[in-house]
Design a protein around this ligand. Structure first.
Ligand code: V47
Length: 387
């Protein structure tokens, strides 16, 4: 019996071979084009950085099988056969949020019956029931009760009670909101949080940086420049962060590559990004009004281009709650080297997009799936040290 991922791989192979034949014919007909493409291949072969224009060419004109091979080679040159995972929990203190991002199916108003607020004891209780974890990931909605005082107190308590569990939390958007509530600068706010036990920041809130597209999908959110500036400050203060992109909605391929380019430029300056996470836009109950998700082949291209273009970010994470577990495994052949984690007690943000149970997955399932694909599962901590 073929396993589901084997079936997918075979199916993918069949359609890509066919597509490659057609595309290859077109390529031979256009020699200028072909020489441009072969220059790009040479650059990748010699580990020379490609330009945004070359990334666009790769994205739009190079057959998916070839693109996958290039990304796979790049992944292998960075982390060999290792595929990383972590034992972690995600906690969202509240789903009440003053912002109304159009893609979000998680947020609620205070009076909605689905809204909730966890107090400090409830959060601590959740942590106490999680077994054998090395990371707590905390992000939530923008609500005035979840202010600087709340979070400094929470991080201090978690540090006292669980000194060996890494505390990752608060997106750039939350940092901006908390700083405004406290009437402090971004730097002062981050310093207080770090002194209270915050150890790294997740990559959420980046969405898409383009100044035309961004207000159409998240009109209330911080700008792309503000997101980058907050991450830069965090890096300068000595903590690492992740970066994301939300793709597959109303943006173009050019917008995606511009987003990658802005991240690559910041990473050249600070070296503070640990991982990049392409987040596929999921259809759900939300206000964006998109009728179809971007197809799997586009996810493969997005992951491959991210791996090839972001030559200065070591890890590309296939976040399975967003992609679905089997598709996330496929990304391991298109540049990804990290499956995130078991994500126990997970995560209302993604359960509201309909792709994940609230109980995460077992470590054994993760290990077996990675091993079946011929890769070596490596348990990591939040900073990618092997455990
Ligand atoms: O910024 C919200 C996305 C992000 C939808 O850093 C959606 O390790 C798709 O950034 N369809 C938050 N995406 C989550 C996030 C994250 C997740 C896991 C690990 C890390 C990390 C970061 O989720 C938001 C937004 O881009 N999102 N709604 C949706 N309907």
């Amino acid at each position: 019996m073929l396993k589901q991922w084997q079936f997918y791989s075979f199916f993918l192979y069949a359609i890509t071979v066919n597509a490659e034949l057609i595309e290859h014919k077109e390529h031979i007909m256009n020699t200028d084009h072909a020489s441009f493409t072969s220059t790009i291949f040479e650059k990748i072969e010699h580990k020379t950085r490609i330009t945004p224009q070359e990334a666009l060419e790769l994205y739009t004109n190079v057959p998916i099988g070839t693109l996958g091979q290039l990304a796979d080679k790049k992944r292998e040159s960075i982390s060999g056969n290792n595929i990383y995972y972590i034992k972690n929990i995600h906690i969202e203190p509240t789903n009440i949020c003053q912002n109304k991002c159009k893609f979000c199916s998680y947020r609620h108003d205070e009076n909605d019956k689905e809204s909730y607020k966890l107090n400090k004891n409830q959060i601590l209780h959740r942590i106490s029931t999680a077994k054998d974890i090395s990371e707590i990931h905390i992000v939530g909605g923008l609500h005035k009760d979840y202010n600087l005082e709340f979070y400094t107190d929470l991080f201090k308590t978690i540090r006292d009670q669980y000194p060996n569990i890494h505390r990752k939390g608060l997106t750039a958007e939350e940092i901006k909101y908390i700083a405004e509530l406290a009437d402090k600068s971004i730097k002062e706010t981050l310093v207080e949080l770090i002194n209270s036990g915050l150890e790294s920041m997740p990559g959420g809130g980046a969405e898409i940086f383009d100044a035309q597209i961004r207000p159409q999908i998240c009109p209330d959110k911080l700008t792309g420049d503000e997101w980058l500036s907050i991450h830069k400050t965090a890096h300068e203060l000595g903590i690492s962060t992740n970066a994301t992109i939300l793709y597959g909605h109303i943006e173009s391929i050019e917008h995606r590559i511009d987003h990658l380019n802005q991240l690559r430029e910041l990473q050249d300056k600070t070296g503070g990004f640990n991982a990049f996470i392409p987040l596929k836009y999921k259809l759900a109950k939300n206000a964006l009004g998109i009728e179809k998700e971007t197809p799997l082949i586009d996810d493969l291209r997005m992951f491959a281009i991210s791996r090839i273009f972001l030559d200065n970010i070591a890890h590309i994470k296939a976040y399975w709650p967003m992609l679905g577990f089997d598709n996330a495994l496929l990304m391991l052949s298109f540049g990804a080297n990290d499956m995130d984690g078991t994500i126990a007690q997970s995560t209302k943000i993604y359960s509201s997009t309909g792709n994940i149970s609230e109980h995460g997955i077992t470590t054994n399932k993760l290990i077996d799936a990675i091993t079946e694909r011929g890769k070596k599962p490596i348990e990591r901590d939040s900073l990618y040290n092997h455990i």
